[in-house]
Design a protein around this ligand. Sequence first.
Ligand code: HSE
Length: 437
Amino acid sequence: MTDALRLGVAGLGTVGCSLIQLLARQKDVLESRCGRTLSVMGVSARSRNLKRDISIDGLAWHDDPVTLATAPDVDVFVELIGGDAGAADISVRAALKAGKHVVTANKALLAKHGGELATLAEKHGVTLNFEAAVAGGIPIIKAMRESLAGNQVSRVSGILNGTCNYILTRMERDNLSFAACLEEAQQLGYAEADPTFDVEGFDTAHKLALLTSLAFGTQINSEDIYVEGISSITPQDIQAAAELGYRIKLLGVAQRRTTGIEQRVHPTMVPLEGHLAQISDVTNAVSVDADAVGNITLSGPGAGGDATASAVLGDIADIARGLRTLPLGVSVTELKPYVRARMGAHEGGYYIRLTVSDRLGAFASIAGRMAEAGISLASIVQKNRDGQPGVSNGPETKSVLLITHQTTESAIREALVHIRSDGHIVGDPQLIRLEIA
Ligand code: HSE
């Protein structure tokens, strides 16, 4: 048996603690699979004395993750601190420059600095693995970076945020409020330190940016992504979706178009009978369309300590076995610039919920504006504001739910500008895209 692989673990939150426990629990099987022992030499976290489920007695404590990252007795620096700046960024760079392999779950850091960090890893001849950064326990990075090497990918899409999927599932299934479901997701350790990253779609965007780069061989670009979160989704939208034969999911989609690559994150109505509608709770799913293999979809837990630690440990095991892959699948110098396809050119069906003043001509005016923009309506339903159908006119406004046939984003935007200026609607329109694939 060769020498032990020596690990330094920075960040002892949900994932860090699960990793230390998993390393102990799977010690024997890891040794036989890797042909060597995996030993944690030292740890670092914000507070040494926090109450944790693990004992850190006997491990070297580092107040500063940089001293851990560069410690002579550490071969692999495991970064589980999080955040795209500060300690995570500084310590990962220090580790790579010191010739240490790095394993990280930090999608925000990679989405922002992935190109530079991959360059450093290449320059210093070390590995930068990040399986846990996308879709928790699902081995999608390995699948895209290694297993699909013989394919041209045309589309990658999926449910990439466990917290949002958990919230949407619980809101629908148990008729709970958004706030109550978010609190539960935080207690279960699914959510980011700042949960607006989850619910406003940024966490999904970070993950999508990494998948896009692997799928299309382009430079990582997390700025040029159309992003909408789920915080505006109401129980009425969830109920309307069900009545129309859909379920609402937060999707990230990257797709090759003639003008470039479309990257978008938004709540989406997916058909109730389709695969994505069945993905519930914290489960994630990633679907890849590629020329040789066709379509593959991987699903599994997208967040949570053990599931994420499983992905981190898989990356560590690869290093222990001596397997080394370029971080972004090709050398950073070979990545092509990312060219964004305009969101206005996006084509699809739309659900639009309007709060309409209940007066003569309002309906006709809205339908007329849709027709002027060349939008064909598949259905139009009027509801009382409580979501119940009816003709009674208690309140002065009604909810009007429109489903369009295939159209473009720019046509929808144009129609909504006119509908607003006609003065028949109150507040902001709710717009949810439909996705058939
Ligand atoms: N907050 C993330 C999620 C954790 O809910 O999916 C995994 O990246």
